[in-house]
Design a protein around this ligand. Structure first.
Ligand code: ADP
Ligand code: MG
Length: 621
């Protein structure tokens, strides 16, 4: 076990306090307990005062502080020291689990390398972002994050600078404009000259990621604090009433002690942190704790096809053209500006057969294809939709097949098409089967044509399919389902999926193959692209919420019983503090069992009894 300096000091205070309490008890020397009151109590008073002054926030701290002061006033120094020490232990355990999990998340985020494409002597090479030097010429494709600060040399685009400025509207940029590391290139492809090497950029991103993963972001945490306020009020009322009836101040103090809502406040953050820690082990990065709660309620999972259910590394299987060599050279030139898996496949197929032409006015039409001026001619490459919107006659070309078909036109005339085949991920079928066992409705949304979509859907046994989807169609589908009362999670990889990932109750991105835009938009990232872990993700989310509910129910029951006992004078403040703190420790231990959780057959069977709110949805297409 490794502790930070801060944690070591806390630990030392707890140890000295515990020893002084034990000595005080054995030797019956009351004033030894003062050591514990001072060492562990003062930090609690300080935090309570800060909370009250800066946020006017009434939290569990207040009750604890009052209980300690009240104990001191009635001369129960030992009880005061005990409460303070055990509270310090609870606080330490909580902080320790949080920092340990965040450390793990940092490690994981470090594993995803930041890369840059450098152009040198007319050749492109992929290098680590940390190896970029000032003056290097870099190429940035749509959907990628910008590796360093620099100036655009060639190309036009829009850039999402929200990570830097918080401004959500994209900013248009052209040659000579400055671009900043960590911001995201949206639509265009450009080359830039590096003006600053920033090792900080990836670090900044990382810090943001880790900070945003703090458990305070879970809605439930705030709810627990609200509850705490109510409980503080009840405890005061009960303490005052008891005093008015019995004139025994010890009973009132005991009530205050046992009713501290510590276990209640601990229930959510400890469970969520344990779950996040568990998922981190499987390479699943959770950005906000609240999405774990949302996933527990999720009853529909929407899949993107290319890159998500399939490996997203399609291969060219056929070329139809009168002059295939010429067409492929033009096409590869244009596609070298795109980050899309289809584009990569085409460029790879062409390889270095012939040098590529320069491309001007490159534009990406999300979910449709790409256009640009290649070697002086206007070239359009994409699906049937793009051709229709550009008024290109497809003549008698086959428009539907099991494969992805890309049409190519030059100066308004169709010059051929390319067929590409993509392979299903090995575990897609099993994942869908397991999700069904968890009573989750599965849906396939794709920008691809009907035949390919249905072919893949049939392979993995997804019944609900929507094809020919533009990005807004995907978003609209999710919106409709939400209106029908579904809680929807979406998993995708592409630039085109980013809006849907945001719209869904929970967005899950593919970390490896996925574009930076989608990772940024998602709540959860699968670092290793292993969709086989999704059932586990759902399973642990449900288990986490169950754990939280059980903990809260347990804590409330214990508090109420202890309060009744205190009212009738059966518990003294010392016993009260002990019972109360056994409750907190039990909750922490119970939550921590989540770190070892792994979905099992039993969870699948259990789900048979889960009843979700369901309406029969429209049959799509
Ligand atoms: P999916 O939803 O399956 O991930 P996309 O929305 O990314 O697919 O793409 C939908 C369709 O748009 C593709 O099947 C392809 O026909 C066309 N398309 C997208 N990008 C390109 C590109 N760079 N070149 C050619 N066609 C493209
Ligand atoms: Mg995709």
């Amino acid at each position: 076990m490794k502790f930070s300096k801060h944690e070591k000091i806390d630990l030392l205070a707890i140890m000295i306090s515990s020893i002084s309490l034990i000595a005080s008890f054995i030797l019956s020397i009351d004033y030894l307990s003062w050591i514990a009151v001072i060492l562990c109590g003062i930090p609690i008073f300080k935090e309570c005062a800060e909370g009250l002054i800066t946020e006017f926030d009434i939290k569990a701290d207040l009750l604890v502080s009052i209980a300690i002061v009240a104990s001191i006033i009635i001369g129960e120094i030992f009880a005061a020291g005990e409460i303070a020490t055990i509270m310090a232990i609870g606080g330490f355990l909580e902080e320790y689990t949080v920092s340990k999990t965040q450390g793990r998340i940092k490690e994981l985020a470090n594993m995803t390398p930041q890369v840059a494409v450098r152009i040198r002597n007319g050749k492109e090479e992929r290098i680590l972002a940390s190896e970029v030097q000032i003056g290097d010429i870099l190429k940035v494709l749509p959907g990628e994050s910008i590796p360093t600060d620099g100036r655009i040399i060639n190309g036009e685009t829009s850039i999402d600078q929200s990570t830097l400025t918080g401004e959500s509207l994209p900013v248009d940029k052209k040659a000579n404009d400055e671009v900043y590391s960590g911001t995201i290139n949206l639509y265009g492809s450009f080359t830039m000259e590096t003006t600053k090497v920033s090792e900080d950029s990836s670090l900044q991103k990382l810090i943001r990621l880790v900070e945003s993963s703090s458990p305070e972001n879970a809605n439930v945490v705030r709810q627990a604090d609200k509850w705490a306020t109510v409980i503080v009020a009840i405890a005061f009322a009960a303490a005052i009433l008891t005093y008015l009836f019995t004139f025994e101040i010890a009973r009132s103090v005991t009530i205050l002690v046992v009713f501290c809502p510590c276990a209640l406040v601990l229930a959510t953050p400890t469970a969520i942190m344990a779950a996040i820690g568990n998922l981190t082990k499987y390479g699943i990065l959770v950005k906000d704790g609240a999405s774990i709660e949302e996933l527990a309620r999720t009853d529909e999972l929407v899949f993107d096809k290319t890159g998500t259910l399939t490996y997203g590394t399609p291969e060219v299987v056929d070329i139809v053209s009168d002059n295939p060599k010429k067409m492929m050279r033009i096409l590869a030139s244009l596609e070298s500006k795109s980050e899309h898996p289809i584009a990569k496949a085409i460029v790879k197929y062409h390889d270095n057969e012939e040098e590529l032409f320069d491309v001007e006015d490159f534009t990406m039409h999300i979910g449709k294809g790409v256009t640009g001026i290649v070697n002086g001619s206007k070239v359009i490459a994409g699906n049937r939709y793009l051709m229709e919107s550009e008024n290109i006659d497809l003549k008698d070309f086959e428009t539907e097949s099991n494969n992805i078909s890309i049409f190519v036109s030059e100066n308004g005339k169709l010059i051929g098409s390319v067929l590409l085949a993509d392979t299903l991920r090995e575990n897609s079928k099993e994942t869908i089967r397991n999700l069904k066992k968890l009573q989750i409705k599965t849906t396939l949304l794709t920008g691809d044509n009907e035949k390919t979509a249905k072919y893949i859907a049939n392979e993995v046994k997804v019944r609900n399919v929507k094809f020919n989807c533009l990005p807004e169609d995907k978003t609209n589908y999710i919106k409709e389902e939400q209106l029908l009362g579904h809680e929807v999670a979406m998993i995708g990889d592409g630039v085109n999926d980013a809006p849907s990932l945001k719209k869904a109750n929970v967005g899950i991105a593919m970390g490896n193959i996925g574009s930076d835009v989608s990772v940024e938009a998602a709540n959860i990232t699968l670092i290793h692209d292993n969709i086989g872990d999704i059932p586990h993700l759902i399973g642990i989310s449900r288990k986490t919420v169950r754990t939280i509910n059980i903990s809260i129910a347990f804590a409330l029951t214990l508090n109420i019983i202890a309060m009744a006992l205190a009212m009738f004078g059966i518990l003294n403040p010392i016993e009260g503090a002990l019972i109360h703190n056994i409750g907190s420790v039990a909750v922490i231990i119970y939550s921590s069992t989540l770190t070892k959780y792994r979905i099992s057959k039993r969870d699948y069977n259990k789900s048979k009894n889960v009843v979700f709110y369901k309406k029969t949805s429209n049959v799509m297409n």
